[in-house]
Ligand binder design. Structure first.
Ligand SMILES: C[S@@+](CC[C@H](N)C(=O)[O-])C[C@H]1O[C@@H](n2cnc3c(N)ncnc32)[C@H](O)[C@@H]1O
Length: 442
């Protein structure tokens, strides 16, 4: 009875929304890391619970039918992080077996050079002790492991702790297994700002937090690799001088299981976000993606660095405020229609570095450097020297893999140009950093 009533409300309401078309997905640049060259077998990770998949789709349908179309941000948040069926919440999605592969997973050189960068900037700032290494969205924990290796070597007797900001219970366990000697999940009612603790083989304490706000204050070295592209975006369009929002509605009667059960519609009037949105000066786009969540995270980071000192490094694929439509899905190393089978594919959007930089610098306490292209950064950090060292000590059968991994990270036609690095420093250091420029950025 209730279900029927909901369906009826849904039918009447959704006819009054105007459908909007998306550009051809194949025309969207394919940067969710590097697409693998060879076709991949269907991964075990994605054969995951048909039960979970269906229920997420059904949940979204029921919600839209009950309360009306939802924002792309709400859709993305549910699809990626819904505690039951969310894409990141209970499976390993990385590597050849998963849906995409990220730089730290391709070559250890990536994490090592990021570690060297952190250590050298930390030393330049007087080697403050204690300090904390914070990583947002650590995935499998590979970057943290490689950075830890370097920091442990270069810490010169300083004390530090590790703080992982991770929403996925499954991935937090994988991370702990990757770089901790012992680890422990804490009871849900522990009322602590962290939900898991661990200790590395060299005695460094590691903590897992659900939110950046929960990480204790202190001098921090902060990393975010492919974190910002996973944060929900709003899609906005300028129509007759007003910003309107693209929403997601149900398809009344999907014609086939191969077609999405959802469709894009344009909001009938301004939404809270489209009303709040303030374009940057000189904005010429009439259609763009805007991430409130990214804005919130950068603002928190900026406040932390300004108040307690530290440096931030954001690494991701993105643009400088010119792209309009990059929201897409990834499944088995190929583009995937984001409205099809929610929960079974990654959803992502290119990071707007111009927006991040503007937010970071807007309070006047932070100076950003970059963005620079990944290839440039790694080459400036002496990636080739490290490559030669590794090759000199590698088994003959591994040499090709080591070489091609480094090439994939640095070649502008592969990941070298699409991925960018943006660093953040407290602006009280401006004069000092003019004298001793930030490594890798000049
Ligand atoms: C694309 S993966 C990147 C993983 C890793 N940094 C790498 O490059 O291999 C995104 C990571 O961010 C986490 N994540 C996504 N949304 C999050 C949120 N709102 N809060 C905390 N972690 C989040 C995911 O669980 C995952 O670990």
């Amino acid at each position: 009875m209730l279900r029927e009533a909901l369906l009826r409300i849904g039918s009447r309401r959704s006819y009054s929304y105007k459908s909007v078309r998306r550009p051809n997905l194949s025309a969207v640049s394919a940067a969710k890391s590097q697409e693998l060259q060879t076709p991949q077998p269907k991964p075990a990770a994605n054969e995951s619970p048909a039960h979970g998949e269906i229920s997420l789709s059904k949940q979204l349908r029921a919600r839209i039918l009950a309360t009306g179309p939802i924002t792309v941000a709400e859709y993305m948040r549910e699809v990626l992080t819904n505690p039951q069926g969310g894409y990141y919440m209970n499976r390993d999605v990385f590597g050849r077996e998963g849906d995409f592969i990220t730089s730290p997973e391709i070559s250890q050189i990536f994490g090592e050079l990021v570690g060297v960068w952190l250590a050298s900037e930390w030393r330049k700032l007087g080697s403050p002790s204690p300090f904390q290494l914070i990583e947002l969205g650590p995935g499998r924990g590979t970057l943290a492991r490689d950075v830890l290796k370097v920091l442990t070597k270069f810490k010169q007797g300083a004390e530090f702790s590790m703080h992982m900001v991770e929403i996925s219970p499954y991935l937090s366990l994988q991370q702990a297994q990757r770089f901790c000697y012992t680890h422990q999940k804490l009871p849900e009612d522990a009322q602590l700002p962290h939900y898991q603790v661990g200790t590395t083989a060299t005695g460094i304490k590691a903590y897992w937090h659900s939110r950046l706000e929960d990480v204790p204050p202190g001098f921090s070295l902060v990393l975010a690799h492919e974190f910002f592209d996973a944060l929900p975006i709003h899609k906005l369009q300028l129509i007759e001088g007003l910003w309107q929002e693209v929403l997601i509605d149900v398809v009344e009667q999907p014609e086939s299981k191969l077609l999405p059960e959802f469709r894009y519609v344009i909001s009938k009037s301004q939404t809270p976000v489209s009303r709040l949105f303030k374009p940057l000066p000189n904005e010429t786009r009439t259609c763009l993606e805007y991430s409130l969540e990214a804005e919130r995270h950068v603002d928190l980071l900026a406040q932390r660095l300004a108040e307690h000192g530290g440096v931030g490094l954001i690494m991701d694929y993105g643009h400088l405020g010119e792209k309009t439509d990059t929201f897409r899905g990834f499944k088995q190393h190929a583009l995937h229609e984001p409205l099809l089978e929610p929960g079974t594919a990654d959803l992502t959007a290119d990071v707007d570095f111009k927006h991040l930089q503007h937010v970071a610098e807007s309070r006047g306490h932070i100076q950003c450097y970059g963005p620079v292209e990944q290839g440039e950064f790694l080459e400036r950090m002496q990636g080739k020297v490290r490559l030669e060292q590794l090759l000199a000590n590698a088994l003959p059968e591994n040499k090709e893999l080591i070489k091609s991994g480094y090439e994939m990270l640095t070649d502008p036609k592969q990941m070298g140009a699409r991925f960018k690095f943006l660093s953040m420093f407290p602006s009280v250091l401006n004069d000092y950093l003019k004298k001793y420029p930030v490594a890798g950025f000049s």
